[in-house]
Design a protein around this ligand. Structure first.
Ligand code: HSE
Length: 441
């Protein structure tokens, strides 16, 4: 049986999962490809630690160059993360005519252009299924299964760490720092967890999905990003009371001549499928003209789910190698000459419904002052709640609005924050989005 040689760079959590799958599911994989996927090298700085997987010690190396230069290696798998060494390794592998598989969303979102152009020139494949939403086959689905659709929107819970933290706060009232620690222990978080909790990891993934869905180039800086650090158990309780669950949602919508691309905590009605996606699970909703809505759900982080996506790319590329072809499917889902520059709508221009929590003194006229300001900016109030508290000078006032323009909301909040009757800054959480399928599955 023909042998396809794989060089893996990075023997961390995902690297270990890939070795485990290639070893333990060797026969299954061979029977699906008609060739053997052979581990030629595994490179890591630490080749001593026992990862609990069966591996021939002779394949372990500390030098990345060996992996990207050895002519025997057919496919290089980059799993070290980061943007410097990883990029150099990938570019060298491509220059040397090797196909590449990577889970590195930060690198693809930032330097994807260089990598994909080099790969196009070298006529090699680049697989990146594991870069978005763990084991959910969303890259392949957009590039292949849904290729007959004009895609209208792609929205998702794309960060397992944040979803795990928000679920823990919701169900156990855990404080944020403890919930983050638990997520890190489970191996969900990035090496630098601020990438997770500040929403940047989800933005990297959204950039990739947006480029593939609409056939466009997108700058990371054009994506509005707000993380979950300021979400408190108090706001989660108010949200539950109002019939909403708080999730970190990544939203990308094609709105005719522009695209909306944003990541922020979002209140989701209980009857929307996203509301019941918990723990480290990810979910993606794609809306297309032929399919209507399609909902994908699955584990978004962790050793084996991510390894499953990496190995699926290895299998795809191996099949191409055996058919003496590459780039049968355009790397970025559209042919190069069709990739456009589409403007990304400034956040100020988006329309959303909002949840506000103000802390204000409890005396006559306070509500009318606040509602007067909201009204002056054309913001319509849908519900108001004020908790009765005889002992406190300040009370929380929770307001839910109808659809409003972000710029008007920001201005109104600035005015209200300046009032002597309010204490501290107002909390703002966006609610759902208009075109969502509620009860439509
Ligand atoms: N840190 C990421 C997450 C891992 O929490 O979703 C998968 O990309």
């Amino acid at each position: 049986m023909r042998q396809i040689n794989v060089g893996i760079i990075g023997f961390g959590t995902v690297g270990t999962g890939v070795v485990k799958l290639l070893t333990e599911s060797r026969e299954l994989i061979s029977s699906r490809i008609g060739a053997e996927l052979h581990i030629k090298y595994v490179a890591d700085l630490d080749i001593e630690r026992d990862r609990g997987v069966k591996i021939d010690k002779s394949v372990l190396v500390t030098d990345i160059d060996t992996v990207v230069s050895d002519p025997c290696v057919d496919i290089v798998v980059e799993l070290i993360g980061g943007e410097t060494i990883a990029k150099t390794a990938i570019m060298k592998a491509i220059e040397n005519g090797k196909h590449v598989v990577t889970a590195n969303k930060a690198l693809l979102a930032g330097a994807g252009k260089d990598i994909f152009s080099a790969a196009a020139r070298a006529k090699v494949d680049v697989g990146f299924e594991a870069s978005v939403a763990g084991c959910i086959p969303i890259i392949k689905s957009i590039k292949e299964s849904l290729s007959a659709n004009h895609i209208h929107s792609v929205s998702g819970i794309l960060n397992g760490t944040c979803n795990y933290i928000l679920t823990k706060i919701t169900s156990e009232g855990t404080v944020f720092s403890q919930a983050l620690e638990a997520a890190q222990k489970k191996g969900y978080a990035e090496a630098d967890p601020t990438l997770d909790i500040e929403g940047i990891d989800a933005a990297h993934k959204l950039a990739i999905l947006t480029a593939l869905a609409y056939g466009m180039t997108i700058n990371l800086d054009d994506i509005y990003v707000e993380g979950i650090k300021d979400i408190t158990p108090e706001d989660i309780k108010h949200a539950e009371h109002l019939g909403y669950r708080v999730k970190l949602l990544a939203i990308s919508k094609f709105v005719g001549d522009a695209v909306e691309a944003r990541v922020h905590p979002t209140m989701i009605p209980f009857d929307n499928l996203f509301a019941s996606v918990n723990d480290s699970v990810n979910a993606v909703n794609v809306n297309g003209d032929a399919i209507g809505d399609m909902f994908f759900v699955g584990k978004g982080a962790g050793m084996m789910p991510t390894a499953s996506a990496v190995v699926s790319d290895l299998i795809d590329i191996s099949r191409n190698i055996l058919s003496c072809t590459s780039q049968r499917v355009p790397l970025l889902s559209y042919c190069d000459e069709s990739i456009k520059t589409i403007p990304v709508l400034p956040m100020d221009e988006i329309l959303s419904r909002y949840y506000f929590r103000f802390t204000a003194v409890d005396r006559p006229g306070v509500l009318s002052t606040i509602s007067g300001i909201l009204g002056s900016y054309g913001i319509s109030i849908k519900s108001v709640q004020q908790a009765e508290d005889k002992n406190e000078r300040h009370v929380p006032i929770v307001i839910v609005t109808g659809p409003a323009r972000e710029a008007d909301v920001k201005q109104a909040i600035t005015d209200i924050n300046k009032l002597p009757i309010t204490n501290g800054k107002a909390v703002l959480i966006r609610i759902g989005i208009e075109s969502w399928p509620e009860n439509s599955f």
